[in-house]
Design a protein around this ligand. Structure first.
Ligand code: SAH
Ligand code: AVI
Length: 325
């Protein structure tokens, strides 16, 4: 059993400050009109825990739907993956869904969970390594949008299977999503594949309810980004003066999450002053929803062919197995 956190040159380091590159990204985003911040900044330890709570909300259908699709089709998935693969998961979080794969896949060579939320990743990997002592667990605390090297397992894998559940692909703009799929194409090496969760277009009311839960957890998750910038970039956001907004935009086909300033105000971030009008917002997340056709076209542009698609009866969510062409 191995469970050391592999480190990279552009690593997500320990401690409580954002890296210089992240600081620059935050400032660049706030200088834009409209102001934006990357959703990757949601995930400090508190943000990761709030996301876990979101996955259990009655309104948030994606997690339970994806889980049920995985459970129903696990035998077929095991057959497609074959023996002695290395499983590389992008944005692994607590690796909760991955347990189904770890329990069923045939003699995994290694499991490599990749996540930006370092402490959360380390805790999840330690638990998994204890629960699956026969599997080499090699966590990698990096930002997967920047170049990184995969750790080498002790057992030579027969193929690399990239796993990207949760429809985290939807959190990227279409061009960035395609670029990320191209990275996954490279990681999946010659005989490998991509197993990906993709949320589907549906009644906007269902979507808006999923991102505006009645218990206010999604609002706390959204506002946590400002708390994080206060802690890690010496910002002075007053959390009482911003409110959560999530709306579905038909044309780009995505839920947008915003933090709306409830008054005219000035905020300082890393020494720079930003002015907000009353009602002006920071866009913190886009969550794109795809038709099966739209996702297939994007996967093909990245070099994949969609080999198998599983959905639930209501066609809310899909799990797709993509081969390198
Ligand atoms: N895969 C889990 C968690 C999804 S939440 C699930 O399906 O439920 C999205 C995860 O991606 C979080 O754990 C977050 O920390 C991680 N993440 C987001 N952006 C990232 C980035 N740029 N690099 C690495 N991890 C990232
Ligand atoms: C991680 N990601 C796919 C989630 C989503 O649905 O876009 C993040 C999230 N944002 C609000 N609720 C959940």
């Amino acid at each position: 059993m191995t469970c050391g956190t592999a480190m990279e040159t552009d690593e997500v380091g320990p401690g409580s400050a954002l890296s210089a590159a992240d600081r620059q990204e935050v400032l660049d985003g706030l200088r834009q009109q409209p102001k934006t911040l990357s959703p990757k900044f949601f995930y400090d330890e508190r943000g990761s825990r709030l996301f876990e709570q979101i996955t259990e909300l009655p309104e948030y259908y994606p997690t339970r739907t994806e889980l049920s699709i995985m459970r129903e089709n696990i035998e077929e998935i095991v057959g497609l993956v074959g023996p002695q693969a290395s499983l590389i998961e992008f944005g692994s979080g607590s690796s909760m869904k991955t347990r189904i794969l770890l329990e069923h896949l045939d003699r995994l060579a290694a499991y490599v969970p990749v996540d930006i939320s370092r402490d959360h990743l380390t805790a999840a990997a330690e638990t998994l390594a204890a629960d699956f002592p026969q599997i080499e667990v090699l966590p990698l605390a990096v930002d997967f949008t920047r170049p990184f090297d995969l750790p080498k397992p002790k057992v030579m894998p027969l193929r690399n299977i990239v796993y990207f559940p949760g429809s985290t692909i939807g959190n990227f703009m279409p061009s960035a999503a395609q670029a990320l799929l191209e990275v996954m194409y490279e990681e999946a090496n010659e005989d490998g594949a991509l197993l990906i969760g993709v949320d589907l277009k549906k009644d906007p009311a269902v979507l808006e309810t999923a991102y505006n839960d009645s218990a206010g957890v999604t609002a706390r998750f959204n506002l946590n980004m400002l708390r994080r910038l206060n802690n890690e970039l010496s910002a002075n956001f007053d959390l009482e003066k911003f409110r959560h907004l999530a709306v579905y935009r038909e044309e780009p086909g995505r839920i947008e999450m915003h933090l709306v300033s409830t008054s005219a105000q000035a905020v300082t971030v890393a020494g720079e002053r930003f002015q907000f009008e009353e009602g002006e917002s920071i866009r913190t997340e886009c969550s794109h929803k795809y038709t099966l056709k739209e996702f297939e076209a994007m996967a093909e542009r990245a070099g994949f062919s969609v080999h198998r698609v599983w959905t639930d009866r209501e066609r809310l969510f899909s799990v797709q197995y993509c081969l390198r062409r």
